[in-house]
Each structure stands twice: as C-alpha cells, then as structure tokens.
Design a protein around this ligand. Structure first.
Ligand SMILES: [Zn+2]
Length: 171
C-alpha cells in the first residue's frame, strides 16, 4: 500500500491522544471536494479541521496526521446513533478519520473502495479494531446534523471488501 504523506498545519490537529486513549474505531467521511482540496484544507491553519487520511477516487492514499495523534474530523456529537459512543469524551480522541474524495451524491470508484478497504485492514490490525458496523462508523452516526458520508456510499460493500482482504492475510 502506497501512502503519501502530506503536510497538516499544527493548528489542525493535536499531538498524542489525551488520557492514554487509543484508536478504537474508524470514522468514514466524504470530503465534498477533490483530493487536492483536502490537501490544501488540512494544511490551512484557518481550517481547524483535519483527518488522518484521504482516499482519492483513483485509490491514492494521502496521510495528514499520524494515527497516534488526534485529528479534528468527527466534531461534537449531535443526536448520535453510534452504539459505542463514549459519553462525555471527544470522539476524535479515540477514532481514526478517513476522508474520501468526491461528493456525497457520487458513486465511489471501485479503486476508491479497494484502497479504503486495504487501508482499513492495516489500521484495524495495528490497533486490534474489530471490522464491523460498530467500529467502522459513518460520520453522521456521531453527528446527525451532517449527512456525511452520504447515502450512495455502501458500508456493507466496504466491510465485505475489508473482510475478504483479511481472509487473505489473517491476523
Ligand atoms: Zn464527515
């Protein structure tokens, strides 16, 4: 897997994770823009947002924030439906955020599903995160004031790709 490291403004993430928290889930986002616009946004200190990764439509993977550090991607919970949300704890502290190039109404490219699945396999193995709908979370399940990652995206398809890849390279 070819991960390209990109700059992230130090104003847009926090080194480390408070209270010894570690990544326990992965949050799926749609970037509502191009890979290039994500690169520019996360390195703009006025943005005050970031993600650990953005996966391009051609399967490119850009990394902005180390997994050990806290990216600002999930925001504060609004009417959350996520079963494993921890009350009173900022969800950014215990999640890894993956943006995906494109608009919510666009069908994801096959290459994008494949690269995202490959990335999730690696993250899940690194942090012992189970691969299921409780741990591969859609942003709107935390912040229901947003539709992110949109209703075209299929978590079932992404999960099946992750599970298929894990079967080839078991933990
Ligand atoms: Zn989002």
């Amino acid at each position: 897997m070819n991960v390209i490291r990109k700059a992230c403004s130090p104003k847009n993430f926090m080194p480390g994770r408070p209270g010894g928290l570690r990544p326990a889930a992965i949050v799926i986002h749609i970037s509502e823009g191009t890979l290039g616009s994500a690169d520019a946004c996360f390195n703009n200190q006025a943005a005050k947002v970031s993600a650990h990764y953005c996966v391009g439509r051609a399967g490119e993977i850009h990394q902005y924030v180390s997994e050990e550090d806290t990216a600002y991607h999930a925001g504060s919970p609004v009417n959350p439906t996520w079963r494993l949300l921890r009350a009173g704890v900022n969800p950014n502290f215990y999640t890894i955020g993956i943006e995906h190039e494109g608009r919510a109404q666009d069908q994801w490219a096959d290459e994008q599903y494949a690269a995202s699945a490959e990335l999730i396999v690696e993250i899940a193995q690194r942090w012992s995160i189970p691969v299921d709908a409780d741990h591969i979370v859609m942003h709107r399940e935390i912040r229901c004031s947003k539709t992110c990652p949109g209703y075209v995206f299929s978590r079932e398809r992404l999960l099946s790709l992750v599970l298929a890849a894990e079967a080839i390279c078991p933990r």
